[in-house]
Design a protein around this ligand. Structure first.
Ligand SMILES: NC(=O)c1ccc[n+]([C@@H]2O[C@H](COP(=O)([O-])OP(=O)(O)OC[C@H]3O[C@@H](n4cnc5c(N)ncnc54)[C@H](OP(=O)(O)O)[C@@H]3O)[C@@H](O)[C@H]2O)c1
Length: 268
């Protein structure tokens, strides 16, 4: 990883922030992208303790032009791109029947289109370096999650995009990886959108009991180093995937029960 150039979207918080530190420890140079420039500056300073070169780029990944600019600035400063981590994402919590359709569009714009734009403009540089593109998906990208229709849809779309890209680029030597974290302690549930598109402001889960973002970050670094195709990080994630394939109606009922137990569950 030493002196490689890594772009991480959504590096101002949670999994993206932890991934920045994990790559910094490996000696990689980094381009940190998100909308909150102040938070990115703080992450940059901490990364620099590892004697790596870091730039921050204010980038709303739902805006194509800002993604083009992210890649252009990276290439201008570092001369290429070795790794792109498509991590930026938002979630939601609302039943589809009650939900403003704009919420679903916003999630598609950020979680799906944001990854597509960044990948599109980084691809020629990734191919030139036989580099890696990794997307941070979710167990909700393998099995539909109620009250997260837009979130699951965006991650399923990402799955189709990345799988197709992997096959298209089979002979080009690039690595295409998919990471599926389970519930991970981060800001995601505080800023998840409710049925009106406002942030819900609190997590329905006990965040202290969840996977730590550092665990996901270390797995992302390993995935890039070993050019691993995919990884589901939790036992419950693996069981959910296979239960949905082998016993789909049991899977539906189990997920219903699971979400019904959430604090202020939308099923109540
Ligand atoms: N935490 C979990 O339980 C969990 C589980 C499975 C998968 N994931 C996935 O992990 C990824 C990271 O989420 P997290 O849990 O670390 O959440 P988080 O703490 O809320 O971080 C999300 C990051 O995405 C950035 N972001 C959001 N909208 C953006 C936009 N329009 N343009 C650019 N950046 C944007 C945020 O930065 P700004 O607000 O500064 O732009 C922030 O840096 C997401 O793709 C999420 O779906 C999370």
């Amino acid at each position: 990883m030493k002196n490689k150039t890594i772009i991480i979207t959504g590096a101002s918080s949670g999994i993206g922030e932890a991934t920045a530190y994990a790559f910094a420890k490996q000696g990689a140079n980094m381009v940190l992208a998100a909308r909150s420039i102040d938070k990115l500056q703080a992450v940059k300073q901490r990364c620099e303790h590892f004697n790596v070169q870091v730039i921050v780029v204010k980038c709303d990944v739902s805006i194509e032009k800002e993604c083009t600019e992210l890649i252009n600035q990276t290439v201008k400063i570092f001369g290429g791109v070795d790794v792109l981590v498509n991590n930026a994402g938002v979630s939601m919590r609302a039943m589809f029947a009650d939900c403003d359709i704009g919420v679903l569009k916003q999630l598609m714009d950020i979680n799906f289109w944001g990854s597509v734009y960044c990948t599109k403009y980084a691809l020629p540089y990734l191919i030139a370096k036989k580099g890696s593109v990794v997307a941070v998906s979710s167990v909700a990208g393998l099995v539909g999650l109620p009250a997260r229709t837009g979130y699951s849809a965006s991650k399923f779309a990402l799955e189709g995009f990345m799988q197709s890209l992997r096959i298209e680029t089979l002979k080009s030597g690039i690595h295409v990886g998919m990471m599926y974290p389970g519930y991970t302690a981060s800001n995601i549930r505080n800023v998840a959108l409710n049925h009106t598109g406002a942030t819900q402001q609190e997590s329905p889960l006990d965040e202290s009991k969840l996977m730590q973002p550092e665990t996901v970050a270390d797995a992302i670094v390993k995935m890039v180093k070993n050019r691993k195709r995919q990884q589901i990080l939790t036992g419950i994630g693996k069981v959910s995937k296979w239960l949905n394939i082998l016993l789909p109606s049991h899977s539906d009922k189990a997920i219903y029960k699971f979400v019904a137990k959430e604090k202020d569950s939308p099923f109540k």
